[in-house]
Design a protein around this ligand. Structure first.
Ligand code: SF4
Length: 302
């Protein structure tokens, strides 16, 4: 007998007093069973504010870990156990400590795409939606920004009064986009506007009409009058864009814009996660308390 996952998930959610949070890059069937779909920032806020006892985080490990840091008394589950983020793995707390020793006057800002240990070494976290605001809020003139070099370069242009020292990490998905691909798709759809995520390489960013986080891209796509829109971020976002504006035509900037880790969570995994209460995220309490400070600083100014 086949399982009606939607119905079973609904029942289990009520039994467990659970909420399902899903990132915009998740597969459509997972987005559709979620209580909240959003970017890292929106989901962190929900994780911090929810009254539910269980948070099922459909995304990658650092996101579920951030939810646990913010809500230590809740059970946080990551349905796809091995869904990680290669960018977050490009930095370790030891390496960051070594960089801090080189720049003792610098404030340290880390993108939420980082481990709890790395967050514990930072002064404040940021997401792509609030990075500029976060950096502007700091008194320090010199800032270490980790781990995304491309997002850091984008911010550096917006905040020229600060000296931004960049960690050399990157998103393997967004970095795949080549300038030639942008020129080619623009030739095919000359009237289209290009909305792009600043995790794309700097060379590619220059060809965008608009650069912003996933939530900013979603907002922009709704607001602009153009019917043809080229999307320069992970493919999962197309689901909400098409739902939001069925009269518009969306084109993915590159076929490479698919994050294998974000696609690991299937509806079956969400069901099994709730059924067996798997895979629970744990964070060492000393690390959690330090990392919480960085996340709370971010939430305060956003
Ligand atoms: S899209 Fe990039 S930054 Fe996001 S999880 Fe995948 S690899 Fe990490």
């Amino acid at each position: 007998m086949s399982i009606n996952y939607k119905e079973e998930i609904k029942k289990l959610k009520a039994e467990r007093n659970a909420i399902i949070l899903a990132h915009n890059y998740q597969v459509p069937e997972v987005q559709d069973i979620a209580d909240v779909v959003g970017d890292s920032f929106a989901l962190s806020k929900h994780a911090a504010e929810t009254d539910h006892e269980v948070i099922v985080f459909c995304g990658v490990h650092f996101m579920a870990e951030s939810a646990k840091i913010l809500s230590p008394n809740k059970t946080v589950l990551l349905p796809a156990k091995d869904a990680g983020c290669p960018m977050a793995d490009m930095i370790t707390a030891d390496k960051l400590r070594a960089m801090k020793a080189q720049y003792p006057e610098a404030a340290v800002v880390c993108y939420v795409n980082s481990s709890a240990e790395v967050k514990a070494e930072c002064d404040i976290c940021c997401t792509s939606s609030n990075a500029v605001k976060v950096i502007q809020s700091l008194k320090a003139k010199q800032i270490i920004f980790a781990p995304d070099e491309n997002l850091g370069s984008f911010i550096a242009q917006k905040v020229p009064e600060k000296e931004i020292i960049l960690w050399k990490g990157f998103c393997i998905t967004h970095k795949r986009v080549k300038a030639e691909e942008v020129l080619k798709i623009k030739e095919l759809h000359p009237e289209a506007k290009i909305l792009m995520h600043p995790e794309c390489s700097v060379e590619v960013q220059k060809l965008a009409d608009f650069l912003g986080s996933t939530s900013e891209i979603i907002k922009k796509a709704k607001e602009i009058p153009e019917k043809d829109i080229i999307i320069g971020t992970e493919e999962g976002i197309m689901h909400i864009l098409k739902k939001q504006s069925p009269d518009k035509r969306f084109y993915l900037l590159s076929p490479g814009l698919i994050c294998a880790n974000m696609k690991k969570t299937r509806i079956e995994d969400v069901y099994l996660s709730l059924l067996n209460m798997q895979h629970e995220i744990k964070v060492d309490e000393d690390i959690r308390v330090k990392a919480l400070k960085s996340l709370e600083e971010m939430l305060k100014i956003s």
